[in-house]
Design a protein around this ligand. Sequence first.
Ligand code: 13P
Ligand code: SF4
Length: 302
Amino acid sequence: QASFADDAAAIMALKQTRNAVVLAHNYQTPEIFHGVADVVGDSLALAREAQEVDADVIVLAGVHFMAETAKLLNPSKTVLVPDLEAGCSLAESITAADVRALKAAHPGVPVVTYVNTSADVKAESDICCTSGNAVKVIESLGVERVIMIPDEYLAQNIAAQTGVEVITWPGHCEVHERFTPADIRTIREENPGVVVLAHPECPPEVVAEADLAGSTAQMQAYVEQRQPATLALITECSMSDNLAALHPDVRMVRPCAMCPHMKRSTLVKIRRSLETMTAEVTIDESVAARAREAVEKMLAIR
Ligand code: 13P
Ligand code: SF4
């Protein structure tokens, strides 16, 4: 059986022969994040980097919607996912027909769609957002009311920050919905002085107990700038593992929850996808053109 080191060495060689780059989300395991990735980041950074990439092949170590976004922004490049089954409970919660029904029920209200959705759903939307730019995106519209889909909690958390009224959809992240306010209270009792950062996919009552809510990149930026002595990240497990390796002086409390979709990527599967050039992500051009517009509108907001 090949070791991590053999797989990592094979991936490094394949990246050369295929002229490929590996883009990895912050929730990928340390051997991917620290070992073979060329670019790591939150959903926003990965979308921005996908736009800049100068390679023939992009391997998106993350989940399917992230690979779709990379393909939308690079229609002429080959975009590979290590496991086609790597989905997302948010992306699965809503269809294009659902969005059309929402628009019919609320005519004229702009649709702001979280990137954690299929290209079909993005194609029905006015603009996309990520957890890292949702406030800016909503404020850029200059309206009092938006349809913000599909993450109910993200929408409620952003509404609280912006004062913009949100029409929501009952989608939830199966990882972040598991955290409770009691979890945070216990962490604080057991770790005096701990800084608690929560992802805005957590329920609003959980965010209310945290010191700050932000995307995974915003969590990383906080740690880099503030170097807290003790830190609890209310998010997916690998985030703490990856940051702990970068900041050995920060004591990490690890109240993590695992995302089974993110964990479908492994070194073995990344190696296989570069060896066989599978699984390739494709998007019907009639859908892609409209979905791309919603993503590009988001990326134009700085
Ligand atoms: P960000 O990295 O954009 O904060 O997203 C978190 C997430 O759950 C992605 O699936
Ligand atoms: Fe989807 Fe949540 Fe997993 Fe992110 S962590 S891919 S939002 S299920």
